[in-house]
Design a protein around this ligand. Sequence first.
Ligand SMILES: Cc1cc2nc3c(=O)[nH]c(=O)nc-3n(C[C@H](O)[C@H](O)[C@H](O)COP(=O)(O)O)c2cc1C
Length: 236
Amino acid sequence: MKVIVFNGSPRKEKSTTNLLLDQFITGAKDGGADVNKHHIVDLNINGCRGCFTCWWTTPGRCVHRDDMDWLLPQIVNADIIVLGTPVYGRNVTHYIQRLLERTFSFSLPEMAVHEGETTHPHRFRKIPQLVLVSTCGFPDESNFEIIKQLYPGALFILLPASQILHSDNGQEFLSDFLDSIREVGALMSSGVNIPTQLRESLQMIYSDEMKMELISRHNEYSASRRENQENDSSNT
Ligand SMILES: Cc1cc2nc3c(=O)[nH]c(=O)nc-3n(C[C@H](O)[C@H](O)[C@H](O)COP(=O)(O)O)c2cc1C
């Protein structure tokens, strides 16, 4: 199995998104997959110009000459595409959006109706499985609603209040969740269907009590940062 992974967090290796992606990658490699990961912020990807050259003038080929020239064939050949994104303004980051816009060349100009919805047929036969990994700062799972609607066919791995990963015992608290991500990586790369219970364990949901605890921890941290900042500025 070929797996291509994109991290849409500008914080790259330091990001909580990356930490979850690496769990999936560890599992996928254990399952024998060939994995390539890219931090989108490091890539030269121009935005789609909406010129439709890839439809009418040079079918399947975009006008831009940039890193998508070598990435598009990797995407076409992938069995599994993993997109990682922090929630920014309840949505994916613009890095993800820009990457996805540039896959417009994969669509054919004709319109067709599929499962009651009008779409453009794919230029390529192979449709990879999509895994959507996302983290957000608030403890409420509602922050992922838009992202879930955007990619209805994806397998979702979702972590609210992701700062918990950097707190004392945070990774221990989330150990079952992190184990599930590795397990899913291994199963998918072995071509096994994901059981419903395992699928459900990939979306972390906190109790109301835990949410209040996370909010108060955040506010304590915020107060200490603010105090340091005020001390620094009064000392200069
Ligand atoms: C510009 C910006 C917008 C954000 N918008 C949201 C938001 O709508 N909801 C939310 O819960 N967190 C929001 N956050 C917090 C991030 O989603 C959170 O810190 C995330 O886990 C960071 O992921 P990373 O460590 O992978 O970069 C926002 C952060 C930034 C910088």
